[in-house]
Design a protein around this ligand. Structure first.
Ligand SMILES: [Mg+2]
Length: 416
């Protein structure tokens, strides 16, 4: 069995103006769909980022995979490393973090190859990772402050404006009713810290038994973060990336008992060593899209276990192929003991057959079919590819989009 064809399809998916410290989500989010075809007719699927640097890297590597044995992940890595310089990243220089393009491209094709392996032997992907320690994956509800969407050309709004603590509680209640989430994460760094503290306290009052997290994405100075921690002592399960950079995280960590989590300062294996040495974080967020695929997250889980670090899961806006991969990865990573993040509750379209999977009490069943256990709805793929062509957007720029809502917005991290 050899790879004979690789197809990379850029997709645009309707999005709504979810706010973060850098700005706000655009009218669509971008994804890449990967289909890897083998000589015996198996098609391996994967999904990853769709912005221009990632797309270019995927397209650069795609023709080099011809003749590759889908079981040979080391050969995959060799081919990618020979094509993509080690220092190339996927994000703009101003981004809060960067991911190595070679890792992101590897991750994308690795999932497709594991999907092929699973399909060829008739076993679910989690079995290729050592088996499932859980078959039902708990996801946290991902709450956002947001604007009422101005431009409805590519899709409707969800829930209108949510820019106060009380409106945020209503958002949580709506998600709770619809998906049954049993924990909450707030994307913070949007309102002034006092208002975000008030929001977390109101969430605690409304949902007394739900674990709570907030992720201001580096929006606070160490001093501000310390004040927030003092006011939310005993309220939060963990605090995600309150400060920007490893050293400020370490400085805060030394002052507090609350665990700090990150998807900004530890995004590569090498950084785990520095983080442990400085005691900068206590929880690392896994994400198979950049932690060298599903096998990479397995390794991350073991390293974190050995280093007494917790593991949680990070998410970007995504579709059902990624969601399936996230479920398999979570199923097969024993040390991933926190509810996973997902933006999926904000996703209104999908490309997998059978419609969007349904959360039951905030949990999703891991697909049991061969490989990822999902099949494509080709009509839906064509629709979102057409939207990609019509939207004429090739990169993500939350700050630029923010100027439509707040014309004098100036990006500043940390802001408070
Ligand atoms: Mg984060």
């Amino acid at each position: 069995m050899q790879i004979i064809e690789v197809k990379v399809t850029p997709l645009a998916v309707p999005d709504v103006p979810l706010a973060n410290t850098k700005g706000v989500h655009q009218t669509v989010f971008l994804r890449s769909l990967i289909e890897v075809v083998t000589s015996n007719g198996i098609v391996g699927l994967s999904e990853t980022y769709g912005a221009k640097r990632t797309l270019k890297g995927l397209n650069q590597v795609a023709p080099l995979l011809e003749g590759l044995d889908p079981y040979d992940l080391r050969d995959l890595r060799r081919r990618i490393d020979s094509a993509i310089p080690a220092n190339r990243g996927i994000n703009a220089a101003t981004a809060l973090t960067d991911h190595k393009l070679a890792d992101v491209v590897y991750s994308a094709f690795e999932i497709a190859m594991l999907d092929i392996q699973g399909k060829s032997i008739g076993r679910p992907l989690f079995d290729l990772l050592g088996g499932a320690v859980r078959k039902s994956i708990p996801f946290g509800g991902y709450l956002f402050f947001k604007f009422a969407k101005q431009d409805l050309t590519f899709g409707p709004d969800i829930m209108g404006e949510v820019m106060t603590p009380d409106a945020l509680i209503e958002q949580a209640k709506e998600f709770r009713g619809k998906h049954g989430f049993q924990s909450w994460k707030l994307k913070g760094g949007v309102l002034a810290p006092d208002l975000e503290i008030e929001t977390m306290l109101k969430l605690r009052e409304t949902f007394p038994h739900h674990p709570l997290r907030i992720d201001p994405m580096g929006a606070w100075t160490v001093e501000t973060a310390k004040q927030v921690v003092d006011k939310l002592d005993g309220v939060l399960e963990y605090l995600e990336d309150p400060c920007r950079g490893m050293d400020d995280m370490a400085r805060l960590s030394a002052m507090i008992d609350m665990p700090l989590a990150t998807n900004l300062v530890v995004v590569e294996f090498e950084q785990i060593i520095e983080a442990v040495r400085k005691d900068a974080v206590q929880i690392v967020l896994a994400d198979h899209h950049y932690w060298r695929g599903a096998t990479g997250v397995s390794h991350l889980g073991e390293i974190c276990r050995a280093a007494s670090l917790g593991v949680s899961m990070h998410s970007n806006s995504h579709l059902g192929v990624s969601l399936a991969a996230m479920c398999h990865v979570a199923a097969a990573t024993p040390s991933l003991t926190y509810d996973c993040d997902t933006h999926y509750a904000w996703t209104t379209k999908d490309i997998v057959q059978g419609g969007p999977p349904r959360f039951d009490a905030g949990k999703l069943r891991v697909p049991e079919g061969p490989g990822l256990g999902v099949e494509l709805d080709q009509e839906a793929v064509a629709e979102l590819h057409d939207l990609y062509n019509r939207a004429m957007m090739v990169d993500r720029d939350d700050t630029d989009e923010m100027l439509k809502y707040v014309p004098d917005f100036v990006r500043k991290v940390p802001r408070w």
